[in-house]
Unconditional design. Sequence first.
Length: 165
Amino acid sequence: MKIFGFAGWSGSGKTTLISRVIPVLTARGLRVSTVKRAHHKFDIDHPGKDSYEHRRAGATEVMIVSAKRWALMHEFTDGTEPDLFELTPHMGPADLVLVEGFKWGGHPKIEVYRASVGKPPLQKEDSLIVGVASDTPLTDLTVPNFAVEDADGIADFVQEQARPL
Protein backbone atom coordinates (compact mmCIF):
# COMPACT_ATOMS: atom_id res chain seq x y z
CA MET A 1 0.00 0.00 0.00
CA LYS A 2 1.01 3.57 -0.63
CA ILE A 3 -0.01 6.64 1.32
CA PHE A 4 -0.69 10.26 0.45
CA GLY A 5 -2.35 13.03 2.43
CA PHE A 6 -4.53 16.09 2.03
CA ALA A 7 -3.84 18.74 4.66
CA GLY A 8 -5.20 22.19 5.31
CA TRP A 9 -7.11 24.32 7.73
CA SER A 10 -10.74 23.55 8.55
CA GLY A 11 -13.02 24.82 5.80
CA SER A 12 -10.36 24.73 3.08
CA GLY A 13 -12.13 22.04 1.03
CA LYS A 14 -10.12 18.90 1.80
CA THR A 15 -13.16 16.60 1.79
CA THR A 16 -14.50 18.12 -1.44
CA LEU A 17 -11.16 17.67 -3.18
CA ILE A 18 -10.65 14.09 -1.99
CA SER A 19 -14.20 13.28 -3.10
CA ARG A 20 -13.30 14.51 -6.59
CA VAL A 21 -9.95 12.69 -6.75
CA ILE A 22 -11.17 9.26 -5.53
CA PRO A 23 -13.35 8.55 -8.62
CA VAL A 24 -10.46 9.52 -10.92
CA LEU A 25 -8.13 7.10 -9.14
CA THR A 26 -10.67 4.26 -8.96
CA ALA A 27 -11.44 4.71 -12.69
CA ARG A 28 -7.72 4.03 -13.25
CA GLY A 29 -8.16 0.67 -11.54
CA LEU A 30 -6.77 1.59 -8.11
CA ARG A 31 -8.30 0.32 -4.91
CA VAL A 32 -8.48 3.41 -2.68
CA SER A 33 -9.08 3.61 1.07
CA THR A 34 -9.19 6.71 3.25
CA VAL A 35 -8.37 7.75 6.80
CA LYS A 36 -10.09 10.87 8.15
CA ARG A 37 -8.81 12.66 11.25
CA ALA A 38 -11.54 14.27 13.36
CA HIS A 39 -10.57 17.15 15.64
CA HIS A 40 -13.52 16.63 17.90
CA LYS A 41 -15.27 13.86 19.71
CA PHE A 42 -17.35 11.88 17.29
CA ASP A 43 -19.54 8.85 17.54
CA ILE A 44 -20.96 6.59 14.86
CA ASP A 45 -23.04 4.91 17.53
CA HIS A 46 -26.09 6.11 19.45
CA PRO A 47 -27.61 5.51 22.88
CA GLY A 48 -30.09 2.67 22.86
CA LYS A 49 -28.37 0.73 20.08
CA ASP A 50 -26.94 -2.65 21.06
CA SER A 51 -23.41 -1.77 19.98
CA TYR A 52 -23.53 1.44 22.03
CA GLU A 53 -24.62 -0.54 25.07
CA HIS A 54 -21.71 -2.97 24.55
CA ARG A 55 -19.23 -0.10 24.59
CA ARG A 56 -20.91 1.56 27.55
CA ALA A 57 -20.64 -1.73 29.42
CA GLY A 58 -16.86 -1.67 28.92
CA ALA A 59 -16.06 -3.48 25.67
CA THR A 60 -12.77 -2.25 24.24
CA GLU A 61 -13.80 -3.11 20.67
CA VAL A 62 -17.20 -3.55 19.09
CA MET A 63 -17.69 -4.75 15.53
CA ILE A 64 -20.99 -4.12 13.77
CA VAL A 65 -21.67 -6.34 10.78
CA SER A 66 -24.39 -6.37 8.10
CA ALA A 67 -24.77 -7.84 4.64
CA LYS A 68 -23.36 -4.60 3.14
CA ARG A 69 -20.54 -3.46 5.49
CA TRP A 70 -18.79 -3.81 8.79
CA ALA A 71 -17.36 -1.25 11.18
CA LEU A 72 -14.97 -1.71 14.05
CA MET A 73 -14.99 0.74 16.93
CA HIS A 74 -12.03 0.76 19.27
CA GLU A 75 -12.02 2.70 22.52
CA PHE A 76 -8.77 4.35 23.64
CA THR A 77 -8.93 3.61 27.32
CA ASP A 78 -5.62 5.30 28.17
CA GLY A 79 -6.50 8.58 26.45
CA THR A 80 -3.61 8.34 23.98
CA GLU A 81 -4.44 8.82 20.31
CA PRO A 82 -2.35 6.55 18.05
CA ASP A 83 -0.46 8.02 15.13
CA LEU A 84 -1.35 7.34 11.53
CA PHE A 85 1.24 4.59 11.08
CA GLU A 86 -0.18 2.67 14.05
CA LEU A 87 -3.67 2.84 12.55
CA THR A 88 -3.12 1.89 8.91
CA PRO A 89 -2.17 -1.77 9.60
CA HIS A 90 -5.78 -2.25 10.74
CA MET A 91 -7.00 -1.45 7.24
CA GLY A 92 -7.65 -4.02 4.56
CA PRO A 93 -5.57 -4.26 1.39
CA ALA A 94 -5.59 -1.23 -0.90
CA ASP A 95 -3.34 0.26 -3.54
CA LEU A 96 -3.54 3.72 -2.05
CA VAL A 97 -4.56 5.17 1.32
CA LEU A 98 -5.60 8.80 1.14
CA VAL A 99 -5.37 10.67 4.43
CA GLU A 100 -7.48 13.68 5.30
CA GLY A 101 -6.11 15.67 8.19
CA PHE A 102 -3.08 14.54 10.21
CA LYS A 103 -1.59 17.80 8.86
CA TRP A 104 1.68 17.35 10.75
CA GLY A 105 1.96 13.60 9.99
CA GLY A 106 5.09 12.03 8.53
CA HIS A 107 3.68 11.31 5.06
CA PRO A 108 3.69 13.25 1.78
CA LYS A 109 0.71 15.52 1.34
CA ILE A 110 -0.87 18.24 -0.73
CA GLU A 111 -2.11 21.33 1.05
CA VAL A 112 -5.61 22.52 0.22
CA TYR A 113 -5.47 26.29 0.59
CA ARG A 114 -8.13 28.98 0.37
CA ALA A 115 -7.26 32.56 1.28
CA SER A 116 -10.88 33.08 2.42
CA VAL A 117 -10.24 30.77 5.41
CA GLY A 118 -8.00 33.52 6.79
CA LYS A 119 -5.09 31.30 7.83
CA PRO A 120 -1.52 31.27 6.52
CA PRO A 121 -0.35 28.52 4.15
CA LEU A 122 1.14 25.47 5.88
CA GLN A 123 3.57 24.63 3.07
CA LYS A 124 6.45 26.75 4.31
CA GLU A 125 6.26 25.06 7.74
CA ASP A 126 6.16 21.44 6.53
CA SER A 127 8.67 19.90 4.12
CA LEU A 128 6.30 16.95 3.56
CA ILE A 129 3.79 19.22 1.82
CA VAL A 130 4.89 18.47 -1.72
CA GLY A 131 2.16 20.41 -3.53
CA VAL A 132 -0.62 22.94 -3.00
CA ALA A 133 -4.15 22.96 -4.41
CA SER A 134 -5.66 26.43 -4.18
CA ASP A 135 -8.55 28.49 -5.47
CA THR A 136 -6.12 31.20 -6.66
CA PRO A 137 -2.60 30.86 -8.11
CA LEU A 138 0.10 31.26 -5.46
CA THR A 139 3.38 32.67 -6.74
CA ASP A 140 5.69 32.28 -3.73
CA LEU A 141 5.67 28.47 -3.53
CA THR A 142 8.59 26.08 -3.81
CA VAL A 143 6.24 23.20 -4.75
CA PRO A 144 3.74 22.67 -7.59
CA ASN A 145 0.49 24.67 -7.35
CA PHE A 146 -2.71 23.13 -8.74
CA ALA A 147 -6.14 24.63 -9.28
CA VAL A 148 -8.37 23.07 -6.64
CA GLU A 149 -10.76 21.94 -9.42
CA ASP A 150 -8.02 20.00 -11.30
CA ALA A 151 -8.95 16.52 -10.07
CA ASP A 152 -7.15 14.76 -12.94
CA GLY A 153 -3.90 16.69 -12.47
CA ILE A 154 -4.02 16.24 -8.72
CA ALA A 155 -4.72 12.50 -9.15
CA ASP A 156 -1.62 12.26 -11.41
CA PHE A 157 0.42 14.08 -8.76
CA VAL A 158 -0.92 11.85 -5.96
CA GLN A 159 0.08 8.72 -7.88
CA GLU A 160 3.54 10.15 -8.55
CA GLN A 161 4.16 11.33 -4.97
CA ALA A 162 2.53 8.56 -2.90
CA ARG A 163 5.00 6.59 -0.81
CA PRO A 164 4.89 3.00 0.53
CA LEU A 165 3.51 2.61 4.01
